[in-house]
Design a protein around this ligand. Structure first.
Ligand code: NAI
Ligand code: MG
Length: 355
C-alpha cells in the first residue's frame, strides 16, 4: 500500500467549502487503489492573521517541508489587504519550495457552453505554463515622499537567466510531449524595454534545442484578443508571472467558468513539496452559501496525484468529473445547475466508487 502525506490548507472563504469535496473525492479514489492518505490540516488563513498577526506561524514553511504535497483552497478575505494575505502565505510557499512552474490546463468539456460562439469540446484544449517565482511579482522597489505631492513609487521586475531558461525548458518539454507540438510565448518586447527582449532571446535560444516544436510569440495584448478570437490555435502557452497569471484566468473563462480551473505549483525536481489549488480565489461574494463549484479543487487533486506518480488515479478522477459535467444533473449555479457544493462533490465521489 502506498501512503501519501498531504498538508491541507483550506484557507479563506469558499476555500473551506471546496477543500472537503476534494478530500472526499481523493478518499473515494484511494478506496479503489491500494493507497492511504494521511491528511494534516492547517487553519492558516486571514482569520489566523486577525488572531495572531501572521498568516502562518513563523516556522510554517518548516512544518510544510516534510509533506509529499500541499493541497490549498484559497487565501484572502475582506479585512486583510490582499498583498498581506498573498505575501504572508501563498507566495512564500511558492518561493521557498521553488515551485517555479505554475501549470494550468484549460479544456472545454462536453456539457458546458463556452461564452464564445460556436466552440465545441475539443476546440479549446491547451496548457498555460506560468513562471511562478520571479518576474513582475517582486517585493523590490519602494516608495518615497509618501503622502506628499512628490510621492514616487518604483516596482522592479526580476528576470534571471536560470529562472527564464528553466520555465522555457519545462514548456518546450510539455509541448514536445503533445500531439500538436506547438508552443506560444507571451511577450511585450515593444513596451518593456529590457525584460521582454531578454525573454524573447532566451525563448529563441531554447527553441534551437527543440526543432520539432513549432513556436510563435505574441504581444500580451493581441495574445489576450487571440485567446478569445481563436482559442483552438493554442496548444501550450508560456508566459512570465504576470502574463501567465492573466492568460490563465482568461483561458478558463473561455471554457465557461473559472471555477473549474486547477493550478499546480510545481517543483519539477521534487526537492520540495509541490502545491495544488483551484485557480479561483476565496469568492467572498458567495462564501458561506454552499454554492461554490468544487471542480477546480477536485481537478487540482487529480493533478496532485499525477505529480505524485499515480496517473491512474488522476485519470479516474478526471473521467468522473467529465461524466458528471456531461450528465448535468448535479452542477452548481455557476454552471447553470442548482446543486450544492456538497452534492456536486458527492456525485463525483459516487461515480468513482461505483465504477
Ligand atoms: P475570486 O476567484 O475569489 O472570485 C471571482 C468571481 O468568481 C466571484 O464572482 C466569485 O463568486 C466567482 N467564483 C470564484 N470561484 C468560484 C467557485 N468555485 N464557484 C462559483 N463561483 C466562483 O476572485 P476575487 O474576487 O478577485 O478575489 C477574492 C479574494 O480571493 C481576494 O482576497 C483575492 O486576493 C483572493 N484570491 C486568492 C487566490 C489564491 O488563493 N490563489 C487566487 C485569486 C484570488
Ligand atoms: Mg490569478
Amino acid at each position: 500500500m502506498s501512503q501519501f502525506n498531504i498538508a491541507v490548507i483550506p484557507g479563506d472563504g469558499i476555500g473551506t467549502e471546496v477543500i472537503p469535496e476534494g478530500l472526499k473525492v481523493l478518499e473515494a479514489a484511494a478506496s479503489k487503489y491500494q493507497v492511504k492518505f494521511n491528511f494534516t490540516h492547517f487553519d492558516w488563513s486571514c482569520e489566523t492573521y486577525h488572531r495572531t498577526g501572521r498568516m502562518m506561524p513563523e516556522d510554517g514553511l518548516e512544518q510544510l517541508k516534510k509533506f509529499d504535497a500541499i493541497f490549498l483552497g484559497a487565501v484572502g478575505f475582506p479585512g486583510v489587504p490582499d498583498h498581506i494575505s498573498l505575501w504572508g502565505l501563498l507566495l512564500p510557499i511558492r518561493r521557498a519550495f521553488n515551485q517555479y512552474v505554475n501549470l494550468r490546463p484549460v479544456r472545454l468539456f462536453e456539457g458546458i457552453k463556452s461564452p464564445l460562439a460556436d466552440k465545441k469540446p475539443g476546440d479549446i484544449d491547451f496548457y498555460v505554463v506560468r513562471e511562478n517565482v520571479e518576474g513582475e511579482y517582486s517585493a523590490i522597489g519602494g516608495i518615497q515622499y509618501e503622502g506628499t505631492d512628490d510621492e514616487v513609487v518604483s516596482q522592479q521586475s526580476i528576470f534571471t537567466r536560470k529562472g527564464t531558461d528553466r520555465i522555457l525548458k519545462y514548456a518546450f518539454e510539455l509541448a514536445q510531449s503533445r500531439e500538436k507540438k506547438h508552443l506560444s510565448s507571451a511577450t511585450k518586447s515593444n513596451g518593456l524595454f529590457h525584460s521582454m527582449p531578454y525573454w524573447d532571446s532566451r525563448f529563441a535560444a531554447m527553441a534551437k534545442q527543440y526543432p520539432d516544436v513549432k513556436v510563435d510569440q505574441f504581444h500580451i495584448d493581441i495574445f489576450a484578443a487571440n485567446l478569445v478570437r481563436m482559442p483552438e490555435f493554442y496548444d501550450v502557452i508560456v508566459g512570465s508571472n504576470l502574463f501567465g497569471d492573466i492568460l490563465s484566468d482568461l483561458g478558463p473563462a473561455c471554457t465557461g467558468t473559472i471555477a473549474i480551473a486547477p493550478s499546480a505549483n510545481i517543483n519539477p525536481e521534487k526537492q520540495f513539496p509541490s502545491m495544488f489549488e483551484p485557480v479561483h480565489g476565496s469568492a467572498p461574494d458567495i462564501a458561506g452559501k454552499n454554492i461554490a463549484n468544487p471542480i477546480g479543487t477536485i481537478w487540482a487533486a487529480a493533478m496532485m496525484m499525477q505529480h505524485l506518480g499515480h496517473t491512474e488515479m488522476h485519470d479516474t478522477i478526471m473521467n468522473a468529473v467529465e461524466t458528471v459535467i456531461k450528465q448535468r444533473d448535479h452542477l452548481t449555479r455557476d454552471m447553470g445547475g442548482n446543486a450544492s457544493t456538497q452534492q456536486l462533490g458527492q456525485a463525483i465521489a459516487d461515480l468513482i466508487t461505483a465504477k
